[in-house]
Design a protein around this ligand. Sequence first.
Ligand SMILES: NC(=O)c1ccc[n+]([C@@H]2O[C@H](COP(=O)([O-])OP(=O)(O)OC[C@H]3O[C@@H](n4cnc5c(N)ncnc54)[C@H](O)[C@@H]3O)[C@@H](O)[C@H]2O)c1
Length: 272
Amino acid sequence: MKDITDKVVLVTGGSKGLGRQLASRFAREGAKVVLWARTQADLDQAVDELRSDGWQAWAYSVDVTDVDRVLEAAAKVKEDIGPVDVLVNNAGFVCGGPFLDVSAEEHQKTMDVNFNAYMWTMKAFMPDMVERDSGHIINISSAAGLSYAPLMASYCGSKAAVINFTDSMRLEMKYLGKKGVKFTIVCPAFISTGMFEGVEVPWWLPWLDPEDLADKIYQGYQKDSPMVAEPLFPKLAPAFRAANPRRLLDHMLTFWGLSDAMKEWRGHEGKK
Ligand SMILES: NC(=O)c1ccc[n+]([C@@H]2O[C@H](COP(=O)([O-])OP(=O)(O)OC[C@H]3O[C@@H](n4cnc5c(N)ncnc54)[C@H](O)[C@@H]3O)[C@@H](O)[C@H]2O)c1
């Protein structure tokens, strides 16, 4: 097992949901955990909880879609705590509904939070990783990036972009002789954090518990796994997609209930 005592692990969207569980998982192993999120009150609460458990935690209020703020906050983290060893790109956003009914601003935000921000944080933290030929980037994508579904098209697009981008970066680091910089893509189906509140999950995609998933992601980090996918369906999705023509896939996904899943989506804010 890799010893992560005093390693600096930065989690975006780390004050709530899966990010909060990942922060606890790494902190419990002795890492110095740095949380980024937008709301100071949520960050303060998360840091207080982590510190009261005897763990090392810091927080910075950062909107990850603001590239200037990302670069500024990254410099401050380096000055205050040290270079980042593990970057967890976790902050995410979804606005469900028919593509034409969702505003251009919401689609833009989907791409900015779920994809562009991953590039900004990697621009900010990778130079130290490359220089030391050591580091690990965990990019949270989704089963939505491996398969596809109606009423969440831009979300699926943003998550598919994360997969291809991260795979390309892994190969690029090898090509540049920086084999010490590792990447793990995470593709979970629905997680019970509230982001997909209202979704009717099909029987073959049961709700994932964020604490259990954080543990599986941590194990993936320990093994340098290129991908962690949960539950079974996203593990099989690439082969399943390659083996079946698109028209047949459309029928199968509809027959198995995926097309209806987002019909009653409310998300965190109870909006449709
Ligand atoms: N919940 C699911 O069913 C599910 C399934 C697959 C993948 N995911 C992905 O897992 C990750 C975590 O999602 P979650 O379920 O914990 O959702 P969540 O909504 O509970 O957490 C998302 C976090 O991102 C933060 N965030 C959003 N926009 C931000 C911004 N501009 N700057 C900084 N922080 C920002 C939010 O404040 C929140 O803390 C996301 O990338 C999500 O897309 C979630």
